[in-house]
Design a protein around this ligand. Structure first.
Ligand code: ADP
Ligand code: MG
Length: 670
């Protein structure tokens, strides 16, 4: 592999909202001083007047101009929320947590008092909380309990340009809540839609021609460089580019690298630390910070600490640093051009996590991160031609995702998805497909007349994908609630395995101790059982190449789910070593994720009839069971099934006879 990436510095000008540049002092340590330097500060009176005038306002401003942290505070300062709460939604938990912590610091209060946050499995708010940062998914859950969202007097839908499924659904929910509250002469609901860039007219039209406020931002010029030649491996090229920059650039010029996910980021962090050791003395000391959603709260906040003098920060981030959070000191951006996104195979019902190309709009956002405080550089490890071929804007998630969860949530709100007032309608087939899945899961009676069954209502209460809620709700029948709780919790977070590329053999040998011939789910269970029986967990994890943080996260999730089970009157039960029970129980929710072997190493999914292989990370890799159940499909070139269990076709016939007969399991090997 080449150890140098050649770049073309053709210095394209980034399209921006406003060219106005204000002088910026970056080293003020008092938040109050910093606040006054933000672009929104000077226009706060006009802004407040504008917000007071109309029920719905759209606010557009560059990332870092102070929208998310400041505007809620301005509103609170004039007591605009009255006796209600200001809710600020974020597409990602990492953003909700770090932003609320920042605002709490600025307002000089402890998190959970005046300022707090709510994300899945974590609620840091109290009855005193007035400014509540929460994920869009959590607000949607709250809407299930009260579709008029009466606790809130102001709802800020932030990062609207991201167009996550949840934000898109919330647009419709809050719009309706606002209208109904007005009609019923209840306390009014103010809606504020905020975004870095977006199709303003589209939004304004949807919200009954709401006025749009543009914030002047500051943005310094960024020199954009494209790779001269196509790069084979964006991870490797990004790594090489980091060191090309690192060897030349003065200290304290920090580097932000956009990658796609935890595994990739942790692996690169390790490589960087190792290479940096060899450079000892020849370049500034490097500090590497990963930034992704499942990182525990404390570590997320570390990223924001100023770089010690004479050193250099390298931040390896998912697209959370694109527009949601702002990190100071960034002089260089390295853009891999890739993002991991959920996408859906229309018609087949298969959802997959896929590393895919970003849009041009995203590329420009990433570029902008290098010009926040002074001029900077953006290295795109892809060519100009590749950039030109990117989509201008990303397709809204709702038009490319499995809708089962959303359709269920809307049903719990009494809304038929086919009639919902979407800003952009998802394809009809996708809704029908979701309804079919819900029918198989037993959440609705029929597709044509979808009303929730008792089971469906229970399923909607769990903050899980409906398939996993179903599994949990079936667990009592199979006498394995304890086991399923552990497995579902482990599947809710990121991988618990830590496999450093240079110690791969050792790591795999360590894993071997836990491996069950039944597959990955039982292997996970074996690990969790041992983990939870220990008092000193951290060292044990290290010795066994397990990710302690992710296991710890899973244990917290488990506690929460167990509490939910208690509230739903699901008694605890355990099947001991009778693992068949667990596997059977998994089929009750994941029957759509079953594949049969076709020929050497090649499987075909039942129902969706897609060619898939066993992911190399699976404990079943290398063996070829005739019939498997998988948790998800990832596409990296080919489609791979991840997290599998070996199952018996007979079980499927017994457990989901309707599905099995419609999709005829072949159960023979050719
Ligand atoms: P916007 O929402 O317009 O993108 P924010 O309100 O998120 O802007 O951020 C405004 C400024 O606050 C940022 O430019 C950054 O300097 C500062 N800031 C935000 N979050 C943090 C944090 N966790 N730590 C330190 N500074 C922060
Ligand atoms: Mg923001």
């Amino acid at each position: 592999k080449p150890n140098h990436v050649n770049f073309n510095g053709n210095g394209i000008k980034r399209p921006r909202l406003d060219d106005q540049q204000t002088k910026l002092c970056t080293n003020g340590s008092v938040p109050a001083k910093q606040r006054k330097l933000l672009p929104v500060y000077n226009v706060r009176h006009r802004l407040i007047a504008e917000i007071q005038k109309t029920p719905t306002v759209i606010i557009i401003g560059e990332t870092g101009s102070g929208k998310t942290t400041q505007i809620p505070q301005f509103m609170h300062e004039v007591n605009m929320e009255k006796s209600g709460i200001i809710g600020i939604t974020q597409p990602r938990r990492v953003a909700a947590i770090t932003l609320s912590s920042r605002v709490a610091e600025e307002m000089d209060c402890k998190q959970g008092e005046l300022v707090g946050y709510t994300v899945r499995f974590e609620d840091v708010t109290s009855s005193h909380t007035k400014l509540k940062y929460l994920t869009d998914g959590m607000l949607l859950r709250e809407a299930m309990l009260d579709n008029l969202l009466m606790a809130y007097s102001i709802i800020v839908l932030d990062e609207a340009h991201e167009r996550t499924v949840h934000t898109d659904v919330l647009f419709g929910i809050v719009k309706q809540a606002q209208a109904v509250r007005r009609m019923k002469k209840l306390a009014p609901l103010k809606i504020i839609v905020m975004s870095a860039t977006m199709d303003v007219d589209h939004f304004s039209n949807y919200f009954n021609h709401a006025p749009v406020v543009y914030l002047g931002g500051r943005q310094y010029p960024v020199k954009v460089l494209h790779a001269k030649h196509n790069q084979e491996d964006y991870v490797f090229s990004s790594l090489v580019t980091i060191f090309q920059i690192h060897k030349e650039a003065p200290p304290n010029h920090d580097i932000l690298v956009f990658l796609t996910g935890q595994e990739e980021i942790e692996a690169m962090a390790n490589s960087i630390r190792q290479i940096a050791l060899e450079l000892d003395g020849k370049a500034p000391q490097l500090k590497v910070y990963p930034l992704y959603s499942s990182l525990p709260s404390q570590q997320q906040l570390d990223v924001f600490r100023p770089t010690p003098v004479g050193m250099r920060k390298v931040i390896l981030s998912t697209n959370v640093a694109e527009t949601s959070v702002t990190i100071s000191g960034i002089k260089y951006v390295i853009d891999s051009g890739m993002v991991k996104a959920r996408s859906h195979h229309p018609g087949t019902g298969l959802d997959m996590l896929k590393v895919q190309k970003i849009s041009q709009a995203q590329a420009w956002q990433r570029t902008g991160r290098a010009g926040r405080e002074s001029s900077g550089f953006c290295y795109r490890v892809y060519t100009k031609q590749e950039f030109d071929s990117l989509l201008k804007n990303s397709i809204p998630e709702i038009q490319r995702c499995n809708l089962t969860s959303v359709v269920l949530q809307l049903l719990a709100l009494g809304i038929n998805t086919l009639e919902f007032d979407f800003i952009d309608k998802p394809p009809r087939e996708a809704i029908v497909c979701a309804l079919e899945q819900l029918k198989y899961l037993g959440a609705i009676e029929t597709v044509d007349n979808p009303g929730l069954t008792k089971l469906g209502m229970k399923m909607a209460q769990f903050p899980l994908d409906p398939r996993f809620s179903k599994i949990l709700l079936s667990a009592n029948e199979y006498n394995c609630v304890e086991e399923i709780l552990s497995i579902v919790s482990l599947l809710s977070g990121e991988s618990i395995f830590f496999i450093p590329p240079n110690k791969k053999d050792k790591a795999l040998a360590a894993r071997q101790k836990f491996v069950s011939p039944a597959g990955d789910h039982i292997t996970l269970l074996n690990i969790y059982r041992q983990y939870s029986s220990l008092t000193v967990k951290k060292q044990w994890c290290q010795e066994n190449f397990l990710n302690w943080r992710n296991l710890h996260y899973a244990s917290e999730v488990r506690t929460q789910l167990q509490e939910l089970c208690r509230r739903c009157n699901i008694p605890m039960s355990s099947c001991g070593q009778d693992y068949d029970q667990v596997q059977k129980c998994l089929i009750t929710g994941l029957f759509m994720n079953i594949a049969e072997i076709q020929r050497e190493r090649q499987y075909m999914t039942v129902g969706s009839r897609q060619i898939v292989s066993i992911h190399p990370s699976s404990t079943l890799f290398g063996s070829q069971p005739p019939c498997v159940l998988f948790t998800e499909v990832v596409q990296t070139g080919r489609c791979y099934m991840r997290q599998l269990s070996r199952i018996e076709p007979d079980w499927v016939m017994d457990i989901v006879p309707n599905f099995a007969s419609k999709h005829r399991l072949t159960a023979h090997v050719t």
